[in-house]
Design a protein around this ligand. Structure first.
Ligand code: 13P
Length: 248
């Protein structure tokens, strides 16, 4: 069975004290359950927040560089972020792809470095609106996965987590319906079954992201192939984030 996960991607939001207060409230408010809770603050806060979280919440980074070290001004390597407490990183968020022009090849390199270092990752995929309107969403997402993820061996893929985040649903308040989410998640699982095995497909968590909030999480998480959520806006307030965690 895939691990159930609720992860908050804070993006470039929250001052340090706000992040600290939020982690505090999450720690106080989440009931003991089988849901893994993760937060992805700005990397600056990782050291302090991971100490504060004390293993009860996983603290990750929103981005990292595939190189080990060297002249890459402004970048951070996996060993650097690990040395201050990050144990997981996002790869291929649509904002990194669109705004920072990260290509499939760049993301493949990050996947390979993460696997090599034993660093966990959430690989993000999802189609823009025009491709959904053209009925090409399945092809598009499959191509993204084939280009940067499905070259891994079965053992290597088992370590990864996939997040399906349709670009048209991110930050728009327009969430995918539970039917749309379930359809895509079921497809992703069937591609993993074809390429690897049913056992691997069942073990990989597939999260939904895109305007997932405390109002719609219950319905989305009730879908058999939705193993949790990667939450943006609704992860910035303890009340809504806790409701989402408790929606399972
Ligand atoms: P929103 O939940 O704000 O739509 O953002 C989703 C997202 O991009 C999470 O990575």
């Amino acid at each position: 069975m895939a691990q159930k996960i609720v992860a908050g991607n804070w993006k470039m939001n929250l001052q340090f004290e706000e992040g600290e207060a939020l982690v505090n409230e999450i720690l106080r408010g989440s009931r003991a359950s089988d849901v893994a809770v993760m937060v992805f603050p700005t990397s600056l806060y990782v050291q302090s927040l991971s100490e504060q979280a004390n293993g009860e919440i996983t603290v990750g980074v929103q981005n990292f560089n595939a190189n080990e070290k060297g002249a890459f001004t402004g970048e951070m390597s996996i060993s650097q972020v690990e040395s201050v407490g990050a144990s997981i990183g996002l790869i291929g968020h649509s904002e990194r792809r669109a705004i920072f022009h990260e290509t499939d090849a760049d993301l493949k390199l990050k996947v390979d470095t993460a696997v090599e270092k034993g660093f966990k990752f959430i690989f993000c995929c999802g189609e823009p609106l025009e491709l959904r309107e053209a009925g090409k969403e399945f092809n598009f997402v499959k191509t993204q996965l084939e280009a940067s993820l499905f070259h891994l061996s079965a053992d290597q893929l088992e370590n990864g987590i996939i997040a399906y985040e349709p670009v048209w649903a991110i930050g728009t308040g327009k969430t995918a319906s539970s039917q749309q989410a379930e359809e895509m998640h079921a497809e992703i699982r069937s591609w993993i079954t074809e390429r690897y095995s049913a056992q691997i497909a069942d073990s990989v968590s597939i999260l939904y992201g895109g305007s997932c909030n405390n109002k719609n999480a219950k319905e989305l998480f009730a879908c058999p192939n939705v193993d949790g959520g990667l939450i943006g806006g609704a992860a910035l307030k303890a009340e809504s984030f806790l409701e989402i965690i408790n929606a399972f």
